[in-house]
Write a protein that binds this ligand. Sequence first.
Ligand SMILES: Cc1cc2nc3c(=O)[nH]c(=O)nc-3n(C[C@H](O)[C@H](O)[C@H](O)COP(=O)(O)OP(=O)(O)OC[C@H]3O[C@@H](n4cnc5c(N)ncnc54)[C@H](O)[C@@H]3O)c2cc1C
Length: 397
Amino acid sequence: MDRRTFTKLMGLLTLPSSRSFGEILKSPKIVVIGAGIIGTMIAYELVKKGADVKIIDKEFPASGASGHSFSWINATYPKKPYEYNLLSQLGIDAYKSLETEFNFDIRWNGSLEWFENDSQQEELFSEINAIREYPTYTPVEIISFSQAQRMEPNTNFGDRKQIVHSLSDGAIDTIHAIQLIQGEFERLGGESIFPCEFLKLNQQNGKLKSIDTNQGVIETDYAIFACGIETDKNLGLNTLSTPTPGIILRSKPVESLFNKIIVGPGVHIHQQKNGAIILGEQDGAPLNHFDRLKKRPNKFPSKEFEELHTERIMATAKNFTNGLESIEIEEVSIGWRPLPKDRIPIIGRIKKVDGIYVSMMHSGISLAAIVSKLVSEELLENKSIPILDNFRPSRFA
Ligand SMILES: Cc1cc2nc3c(=O)[nH]c(=O)nc-3n(C[C@H](O)[C@H](O)[C@H](O)COP(=O)(O)OP(=O)(O)OC[C@H]3O[C@@H](n4cnc5c(N)ncnc54)[C@H](O)[C@@H]3O)c2cc1C
């Protein structure tokens, strides 16, 4: 979809049928809780539109899932229902529009995906066929082994005759992007307070008045909760499944080995513009390890454990690639996925107190650019944008 189609579609989907809630505050005070990709982008969009914005994080920017993510901006990975797929498509264009403001490290080279296991491969094709039935076009095709081989000479597709090629996917350096946006947010007058932990909401007659934090009270008209896996705890909700861990490896920069995002059996791989290779394991730790991992660490307890897991992931990746023998892994981290119970983003006002808004999702890297635009518009124009209707937190009430 080109930029013009995007703008037109956005216009059609948002403006004519948006529902207004009445009074619009002139220069509202807003606190964003959580400085991951979602909170940082929302804070930036709000300050850009003239709001008085503070962002807080109990640790530091990108300390949560965003800083430990595979960072694939995903357009076709089977998303249901259709409105979720559409939001992802719009997410790509929203990033391209943001790229006119920021020099992000994004490689828009698409992705190649296949499975070794026959039933998983069939399932993938049937998901792709379902996507093709959606009312708007999704740029995805099934290509031959030799086409795929020409695109990615360092990847070995085994005996697969067909590979899924998603044309519009990208991969971003998320931590770098958060740093850039955070810097611009502050330059535009936004205030960052780190570390600062949200503790409690204070309301008067059903309207938010202030929040208590471990750094004192913050008076505010709105509080936007973009706090990933801590959403339920912070808001007293019951919307999340148990977060699942994923291990991410980052190599020292090397010469160009991969163009696209390689979604191979067991491991995903992409290479950043700066040459670093990122490897992400598809499956997390077995369920019986969850007790041991209760505190949700972002690092392994010892170098020994770290090496054990690195060797396992590298061995899986080497099964279907060439060139990884000489790379040196310089960072190993564990990320915790924020997973809504129904796997669909949770975006909208929390009805019990006026002035509280939540934005929590998996695929948050893919969706941050579009979600932040829509959320800032909903809030500042005091309206409800229909494209977000499927994602409201009220479905869990
Ligand atoms: C291994 C892995 C791979 C992934 N791969 C992809 C991918 O390829 N593509 C994709 O789109 N998505 C991917 N995801 C998911 C994606 O990373 C998340 O959806 C996204 O990072 C969520 O962003 P967020 O800003 O909502 O949350 P987070 O980045 O988790 O940020 C939440 C912040 O809130 C702060 N916070 C929490 N409670 C409080 C409090 N009380 N007071 C103050 N601050 C608080 C935390 O410190 C944290 O910094 C992956 C996730 C993992 C773990």
